[in-house]
Design a binder for this molecule. Structure first.
Ligand SMILES: [Zn+2]
Length: 126
C-alpha cells in the first residue's frame, strides 16, 4: 500500500465520506452495501474506519470507497495532500522480521536487561 493511500485511510473518516456521497449519515447498524446490488438483506456494517460487507465478504477502506463513489474527490486530494514518502513508506514496506534483530532471553531476566539486549542487537546503544 502506498504511503499516500495509507494517509487517506488514516486521516479521513468513512462516516464523513459516506455522508458526503449519499447525503445521509452512515447507519450505525447494518445497511445495504454500496458495493453490490442488493435490496433485500442489509449486509454491510461500519467496521473500524471502513465498511465490512458480509455478502461481498470484503472489507472496504476509505480509499476503496472514494475510488468507487467519489473519484473526483480522490483526484482533488491527490493534488492537494502531499505525503512524505520517506517518513511513511520506506520503513513500513520492509517486513518486520527483516527490520529487527530478535534476541533470546530467559523468563527470569529483568525487562530492562532484555530491552538493553534488543537495542544492542539492533545497533542502538543505550
Ligand atoms: Zn457487498
Amino acid at each position: 500500500m502506498s504511503a499516500w493511500i495509507k494517509h487517506i485511510n488514516d486521516t479521513l473518516d468513512i462516516g464523513d465520506e459516506y455522508s458526503l456521497v449519499f447525503g445521509k449519515a452512515m447507519p450505525s447498524g447494518k445497511f445495504f452495501c454500496p458495493f453490490h446490488a442488493n435490496v433485500n438483506t442489509p449486509a454491510a456494517k461500519r467496521y473500524y474506519n471502513g465498511i465490512k460487507c458480509y455478502s461481498c465478504n470484503k472489507f472496504y477502506t476509505v480509499y476503496d470507497f472514494l475510488k468507487a463513489f467519489n473519484p473526483s474527490r480522490l483526484a482533488m486530494l491527490k493534488q492537494t495532500v502531499q505525503v512524505d514518502e520517506v517518513g511513511y513508506g520506506t520503513v513500513e514496506s520492509a517486513p518486520l522480521k527483516e527490520r529487527i534483530t530478535f534476541v533470546s532471553y530467559e523468563p527470569t531476566e529483568r525487562i530492562g536487561d532484555i530491552l538493553t539486549k534488543i537495542l544492542k542487537a539492533n545497533g542502538l546503544e543505550v
